[in-house]
Every structure is written in structure tokens, then in C-alpha cells.
Design a protein around this ligand. Structure first.
Ligand code: MEV
Length: 286
């Protein structure tokens, strides 16, 4: 029997723009998915195309038990975390000897297959390696970790990343003169943020700007606006949607002393709050 876990992720800056080759910054977060795999000749039926594909890809059969701290379909990369943790657990239980990089590519391939051709390479990368991740020129690498105090607000409004990405793409195709400057501005905010990791007030202000630019791209939602406003009023340095938008989650960058107040304000505004910080570990044996 082997149990592995993998973390979820948030985009601090640059979601959507990364799809067009712009830079972005993502971060692994503490809530994790735990997966236990045991060799079995007759595999138990699982209700997840991700897990089925993991066994198929590895060419083995087994039983599986999942415990998730991550809400699904909320933009926190739960499907990537399930896929990554399952692959690592299978690899361990069957002694298959794939390395971390190989398992990360396999996880991306599986996500792409299950999601019919479009998946986020960032989700699987962050879940595999953990930490703070820079996306640049369509490549990903880890940066030195930062202990940001983050409160996540889940709108509980489900969204479809594929549809939102397609919508932005269509908007850009028909209106390049309008959309390209928005993408350039997101790039500028992402780049400048890297010079201000220790100036949380400025970083928060950049998050506010990034949120407005994402709204300009058309991926906002009234519940996201509500949770973002509530967080700012409760003392966050700044707040923005995270991931594809159209529902899903927002994040607030907070002074340490204001975390609970911001979480309370999110709950009072009908969201679900998670107080969290960076997870530097990535996929981990339990
Ligand atoms: C989704 O979490 C983030 C997007 O930028 C898509 C992607 O990066 O693949 C919208």
C-alpha cells in the first residue's frame, strides 16, 4: 500500500495571459489531495476519469482511496492534484521507478486527454514540484519561496476553464486592438510584482490591478467582485480572482493579523474561506 499527497495551486498573477505566452506566477497551497493505492487484481470501480487514466497509462491495476482537502471545479487545481498524487502512489506501490519530471509530464498528458485537448501545464507542474513557480516563455521554473499570507474565497459558483479560455481567445481574435493592451498590462503587473515581493502593499495593489484587467477580459463574476470587495474592506493588501474566473475562487493577500478578519468577511459575503500559505513540497510520500 502506498499513500502520496499533492497540493493545490493558486495563480498570484498572470492567469489567462499565460495562455498567450505572457509570464505568470503560481503558488502551491497547503490544502492537499491524499491518494492511497494498493495492488489488486480486480480494481475497485472509481468514479474518476483521471484516476482510471492514471492506471491505464501506468499499465497496472489496483484499488484506490482518495481524501481531498481541495474543493473540486473551483480553480484550485484539484484534478491535477488527484492525478499527480495517484501517479506517484502507483509509481511507488508498483516500484515503477519513474522520476519526478517524468511523472509531471505524464500527469499533464492525462489531464489533456481527460479534458479533451486543453489542460493547464501549470497545475500539474505546481502540484508536482510545489513552491512558488514562474511561468515564462511557456516554461515553468521554481523561484525562492515567499511566506505570503493568503486567504482563498470560494464563490461556490462552478466554472469551466476550457470555456473561459476559449471565450478570451475569441474575444482577442475579434478585438486584438482592445485585448492585446490588456494582456500587455497583465504582463507588466506580473513582471513588476517580482520586484516587490517584500513590499506587500504594492503587491496587493498589483493584485487589485490584475483583478480589474481580468474583469476587462470578461472573466469576472458578481460573486468574485463581492468577495474581493469584502476582503479589501476587511484589511487585505489586495485581492483578485485566481484561475480561470467566471466563478471559482479569489485570493486575498493579507497582513498576518488580518487573516481571520478577512476570512470572516468572505464567509459573511456567502463565500467559503480557506486561510493558507505556500506549500513548498509538491508531491509527497505520506
Ligand atoms: C487556469 O487555472 C489558468 C488559465 O490561465 C489557464 C492556464 O493557465 O492553462 C486560465
Amino acid at each position: 500500500m502506498a499513500t502520496w499527497s499533492a497540493p493545490g495551486k493558486v495563480f498570484l498573477f498572470g492567469e489567462h495571459a499565460v495562455v498567450f505566452g505572457k509570464p505568470g506566477i503560481a503558488m502551491a497551497i497547503k490544502p492537499r489531495v491524499y491518494v492511497t493505492v494498493r495492488k489488486a487484481r480486480n480494481p475497485a470501480r472509481v468514479n474518476s476519469p483521471y484516476i482510471e487514466s492514471c492506471f491505464e497509462e501506468m499499465g497496472v491495476t489496483g484499488s484506490v482511496y482518495i481524501h481531498s482537502q481541495l474543493p473540486s471545479s473551483s480553480g484550485l487545481g484539484s484534478s491535477a492534484a488527484v492525478t499527480v498524487a495517484t501517479l506517484f502512489a502507483i509509481n511507488d506501490e508498483f516500484n515503477l521507478k519513474y522520476d519526478r519530471n517524468q511523472l509531471a509530464s505524464m500527469a499533464y498528458k492525462i489531464e489533456k486527454k481527460v479534458q479533451h485537448g486543453r489542460a493547464s501545464p501549470t497545475d500539474t507542474y505546481v502540484s508536482t514540484f510545489g513552491g512558488l513557480v514562474l511561468i515564462k516563455d511557456n516554461k515553468r521554473r521554481r523561484m525562492p519561496p515567499e511566506n505570503f499570507n493568503i486567504v482563498i474565497g470560494n464563490t461556490l459558483v462552478s466554472h469551466k476553464t476550457t470555456e473561459l479560455v476559449a471565450m478570451v481567445s475569441e474575444f482577442r481574435k475579434n478585438n486584438p486592438l482592445v485585448v492585446d493592451p490588456i494582456l500587455d498590462a497583465i504582463e507588466a503587473v506580473t513582471t513588476r510584482s517580482m520586484h516587490n515581493f517584500h513590499n506587500l502593499k504594492v503587491l496587493g495593489r498589483y493584485m487589485d490591478v490584475n483583478h480589474a484587467l481580468l474583469e476587462a477580459l470578461g472573466v469576472g463574476h458578481p460573486m468574485l467582485s463581492r468577495l474581493v470587495s469584502a476582503s479589501r474592506a476587511a484589511g487585505a493588501y489586495g485581492a483578485k480572482m485566481t484561475g480561470a474566473g467566471g466563478g471559482g475562487c479569489m485570493i486575498a493577500l493579507c497582513p498576518k493579523r488580518s487573516k481571520s478578519k478577512v476570512a470572516g468577511a468572505i464567509e459573511a459575503a456567502d463565500g467559503r474561506a480557506i486561510i493558507t500559505t505556500i506549500d513548498t513540497e509538491g508531491a509527497r510520500k505520506e
